[in-house]
Design a protein around this ligand. Structure first.
Ligand code: NAD
Length: 289
């Protein structure tokens, strides 16, 4: 068997076209341009790249983005005051605080300050709670991207055995909750799981987000499984790879996402989706221009 290689770049392009059309409609009907405010603290090089990509992607679909840079010495109170200003600004529909933050600042307190209706990353406790009961307004972008990929490939999760490898708050746990909501039977594995292969081999759909190159080898994968590789790892020679041994597993799986070019492009895309969604809700509340 040779797996279908899922083209995340092509899916992202299609979804972004739809998002851009929604932004144009908002402008025509309500004279509203969706606005995203991004707060970045310090000079972490990876964060700088992510923020630049987000700003560029916003411009491409017709979202106004405003990047606010703070020195690493900024206080928690100053950041909170800035977020409160953004909460009150009707031109800002989404607020994103790029993580990580310096250790002197409480990530939890910062995230809880973001107004729930502007929490486009979906990390506020209110939105996390919404995920638990299947009623979230802002699904976190990476698992939301995986969900979109599965929908796009017409892969139903209902009744399927899905194993999620990785249980972080930003990927593994929300992914598992979203899959449960769609009536999959979900196993969640993590670094303390004994005999990971016992769980992965059962999976009709295997989602891997551990950050460990070659963690998943062909013997751990059921023939015909759908394999979604969320991992992004930088090899010593500078190349990027996922968590799945791609060559071998792609001979056994029915579908597989590559790294790069699989889940990655969808994460920013779903941030755009959440931001336009926030602007649509705000505009409908306020009524036509
Ligand atoms: P994290 O470090 O916060 O969490 C990793 C999780 O994997 C933990 O639950 C840990 O217990 C588990 N894990 C680690 N080693 C394991 C092992 N040997 N066996 C089983 N479980 C193991 O990481 P994260 O933020 O969730 O990110 C995971 C990976 O996904 C990283 O490679 C990250 O770069 C990538 N990522 C990609 C995107 C994207 O857009 N494609 C977005 C976010 C994260």
């Amino acid at each position: 068997m040779s797996a279908v290689i899922i083209d995340g770049v092509a899916i992202a392009r299609k979804v972004r076209t739809e998002i851009s059309e929604r932004a144009q409609k908002l402008l025509a009907q309500y004279k509203v341009v969706p606005g995203l405010a991004v707060i970045i603290v310090g000079n972490d090089p990876a964060s700088a790249v992510y923020v630049r990509n987000k700003a560029r992607a916003c411009a491409e679909v017709g979202i106004n983005s405003d990047v606010m840079r703070f020195d690493a010495t900024v206080t928690e109170a100053e950041l909170i005051a800035q977020i409160e200003k953004l909460n009150a600004n009707p031109a800002v529909h989404g607020i994103l605080v790029q993580l990580p933050l310096p250790p002197t600042i409480s990530v939890r307190r910062i995230l809880e300050t973001i107004a729930v209706e502007k929490d486009v990353d979906g990390f506020h406790l209110y939105n996390v709670g919404g995920l638990v009961i299947g009623d979230t307004v802002f699904p976190p972008c990476t698992p939301y991207g995986v969900q979109k990929i599965l929908e796009h490939e017409n892969i139903s999760v209902e009744g399927k055995n899905v194993t999620v490898v990785g249980a972080s708050n930003i990927v593994g746990k929300p992914m598992a909750l979203m899959l449960m909501q769609k009536e999959a039977t979900v196993a969640v594995c993590h670094v303390k799981t004994r005999n990971l292969a016992e769980y992965t081999i059962l999976a009709d759909i295997l989602v891997v987000a551990a950050g460990k190159p070659n963690l998943i080898v062909p013997q751990m994968v059921k023939t015909g499984a759908v394999v979604i590789d969320v991992g992004i790892n930088r090899l010593p020679d500078g190349r990027l790879c996922g968590d799945v041994e791609f060559e071998g597993v792609s001979k056994k799986a029915s579908h597989i996402t590559p790294v790069p070019g699989g889940v990655g492009p969808m994460t920013v895309t779903m941030l755009l989706d959440n931001t336009v969604g926030a602007a649509e809700r705000a505009a409908k509340l306020r009524g036509p221009a």
